[in-house]
Design a protein around this ligand. Structure first.
Ligand SMILES: NC(=O)c1ccc[n+]([C@@H]2O[C@H](COP(=O)([O-])OP(=O)(O)OC[C@H]3O[C@@H](n4cnc5c(N)ncnc54)[C@H](OP(=O)(O)O)[C@@H]3O)[C@@H](O)[C@H]2O)c1
Length: 239
């Protein structure tokens, strides 16, 4: 039996992924801040789910909890960072930007490094993180969200190089969703919105193949290509 931890498993993509992993015989460490949702999930699958409260923003405070959870699971094969926040910020309120940076940049980095160190020490493992197509370009509507996702994309590329130089079977997967029907998907001009279960199924297939980078759903790779190619003057008009 394999073992996974999902950071941010209480709702949306993380919760759907937790269920798919359990369906595929993984013991799953489920984490988040909302205790009632963790308890609800534990009741649904008492043999497969191992809940722990983890607030990503508390960085170093989480070491003991992560070690405890890994021991309860009996090891760790897969670590998925799904937790993230994002808000529109039309007035450039620094409190909003600061919260986003704390969770999506500082908290993310701490967890990615913890998992990487764990996997390097045991000489194998798989780190995955949910980034976003939003990380490919800047946005006037949510500058810190797009910038934080760009940071994650870049950071994971760095970790992939780190693992590759060690010549160890430690894999890094970076998953870029388009719109998925969760509390995070805000705004009125949404399109190609995927149900969380469909997104999670595609993510799991990607993880099984240890893909380095994947768009979810698959057709969002077209938007990814467009975002990479569109010139600045045009992007500034349409964003
Ligand atoms: N939905 C989309 O359209 C979309 C598109 C592209 C990328 N994404 C990315 O997908 C990921 C998952 O989002 P989602 O769409 O599934 O939204 P969601 O339903 O709002 O889920 C967010 C998850 O992150 C957790 N979380 C947030 N802040 C946290 C913190 N400080 N500490 C611990 N956990 C925290 C939440 O748990 P608690 O509240 O219980 O702590 C929850 O489990 C995010 O990284 C998001 O950027 C989403």
């Amino acid at each position: 039996m394999k073992r996974a931890i999902i950071i941010g498993a209480t709702s949306g993509i993380g919760r759907a992924l937790a269920n798919i992993l359990a369906d595929n015989h993984y013991l799953v460490g489920i984490t988040g801040r909302r205790t009632e949702l963790l308890n609800e999930m534990k009741t649904e699958r008492p043999q497969m789910f191992f809940p722990k409260i983890i607030d990503v923003d508390r960085t170093a405070d989480n070491i003991d909890v992560l070690e405890e959870l890994t021991a309860e699971l009996g090891g760790l094969d897969l670590f998925i960072i799904c937790a993230g926040i994002g808000n529109f910020n039309p007035n450039l309120d620094f409190a909003i930007e600061k919260n986003t940076i704390q969770t999506n940049v500082s908290g993310f980095t701490f967890l990615a490094d913890w998992a990487m160190t764990y996997f390097v020490t045991q000489n194998r493992g798989h780190l995955a993180a949910i980034t976003s197509v939003a990380g490919l370009r800047g946005s006037c509507h949510s500058p810190s969200y797009n910038a934080s996702k760009a940071y994650q994309i870049n950071y994971l590329e760095g970790l992939r190089q780190y693992a590759s130089r060690l010549k160890m079977p430690v894999y890094i997967s970076e998953i870029r969703p388009g719109f998925v029907d969760t509390a995070m998907a805000k705004g009125e001009s949404l399109f190609w919105v995927a149900p969380p279960v469909k997104a999670a199924r595609q993510i799991f297939a990607t993880l099984q193949r240890k893909k380095k980078v994947a768009y979810v759903t698959k057709r969002w790779s077209l938007i990814g290509l467009f975002l990479k190619l569109v010139p600045n003057w045009l992007w500034d008009k349409i964003v």
